[in-house]
Design a protein. Sequence first.
Length: 157
Amino acid sequence: MRITFDSDLPAAGLARLAEAMDGLWEGDDLSAEIWLIPAEEIRALNKRERGVDRVTDVLSFPSMDDIKDKPILAEEHADSVRPEDGTVFLGSIVICEQRAREQAEEYGHSFERELWYLAVHGLLHCLGYDHETEEERREMREKEEYVMQKLDLRREV
């Protein structure tokens, strides 16, 4: 199982992210999009998609529902299979670079750590994780920390 990305993020970082995400799902190879966008674009998307008229750090647009902890198989998600490479398209993630920089400063860690954390957070949403309840929040945080440790981007960076 592997994941590939269409993205404007650095290729070396994406390769590390793909490796760190290994083992978080069962099934076929996946693909996803991750893009950096300006504050005004993410605000407009947030307003249109969520009804929230403010800048946010990351938005995820999963291509499949109800996949958490289930095998992700091309034969069961034919409408999400990319014809060019046969991967199951997980979804799209947009990250506001400006907000990521602000949060890195606010939290006292590197922009790199914040950027990759937001990418991981978005990918987990696309894999069906959420943080609406305390139990969901704890489970998602454990997955985030697991991947961030594999990326060697711990909180104290």
